[in-house]
Design a protein around this ligand. Structure first.
Ligand SMILES: C[S@@+](CC[C@H](N)C(=O)[O-])C[C@H]1O[C@@H](n2cnc3c(N)ncnc32)[C@H](O)[C@@H]1O
Length: 263
């Protein structure tokens, strides 16, 4: 097995096993456990609502790494043809449960990098939320999205940001062998890139009107993890989440939204 196949196997097994062992639902586990996580959920939701506005009129949508369809209900009513893809069977089965009232959804299980049966030039929009950080060969992933979109189609990727202060700190301590991470943590750490690189791959693939915006602003370290720090981050995020990313937001941005249009 080569490194790429190994990474996607690690991710798939991690999510299958984690979901099977969860005493609660995925959203409560991922976003509900602490005050800071709940505020990060709210910040992400703000961006999702903005993306839903931008996606209005997009009838055929592909969501890559949908998980248990956390964000899908926010836009599903505007879409006539929706495909949800995930590498984990457990995730897809939870997505199916959550969306059982909807009949116009196609579920696909597989590694997005490898799956070949998706129709080219068909989608009005592709959305991927917090899955891109697990994927290798990112320029290829973006080119693949380009080929699946119709002309005028839009790509929205929300992903972790390598320039975030906490991640820089983690990477430094890892170099000093101070921390040991779970294999899935290793996959993410190896694959998280800067929003600047993603923007340049969008342009290389042929996307126009490309943009990068901050999504979650904050830190798990003092003073920003104190209640007052969290409130401050949240207030700033409200003001800047639809603005272009810059050096300042980049340092405090746990995640970012990169978007572009296929000419
Ligand atoms: C952190 S979860 C995010 C789920 C959901 N989008 C959300 O925002 O809550 C990452 C998801 O990406 C999926 N994923 C990771 N790598 C993938 C790949 N190569 N192809 C398809 N799905 C993938 C995982 O199985 C998982 O469901």
């Amino acid at each position: 097995m080569n490194r790429k196949d190994e990474s996607s196997e690690i991710v798939k097994n991690y999510y299958n096993e984690t979901l099977r062992g969860l005493p609660t639902d995925y959203i409560s586990w991922r976003w509900g456990e602490t005050e800071i996580k709940r505020s990060h959920y709210k910040q992400t939701e703000r961006t999702i609502l903005r993306v839903c506005e931008l996606m209005k009129g997009c009838k055929s949508v592909l969501e890559v790494g949908c998980g248990p369809a956390v964000w899908t209900p926010y836009y599903i009513d505007h879409v006539t043809d929706l495909t949800l893809l995930d590498i984990s069977e457990e995730m897809l089965s939870r997505a199916q449960d959550r969306l059982k009232a909807y009949d116009r959804v196609t579920y696909r299980c597989g590694d997005f990098a490898k799956i070949e049966s998706l129709p080219r030039g068909q989608y009005d929009a592709i959305l991927s939320v917090r899955a891109f950080e697990y994927m290798e060969n990112k320029p290829h992933i973006i080119e693949k999205c380009f080929s699946l979109l119709r002309p005028g189609g839009r790509l929205y990727i929300i992903t972790k940001n390598r320039e975030w202060c906490d991640l820089k700190r983690e990477l430094r301590s890892r170099e000093m062998n101070l921390s040991s991470t779970h294999p899935v943590g290793e996959v993410i750490q190896n694959n998280v890139v800067s929003w600047r690189d993603i923007l340049s791959w969008f342009t290389q693939a042929g996307f126009v009107q490309t943009e990068a915006n901050p999504v979650i602003l904050g830190s798990y370290y003092p003073p920003l993890n104190y209640r007052v720090g969290q409130i401050l981050c949240d207030q700033v995020q409200r003001m800047v989440y639809s603005h272009d990313m810059n050096r300042w937001w980049s340092y405090f941005s746990e995640s970012c939204l990169i978007s572009g249009i296929k000419q």
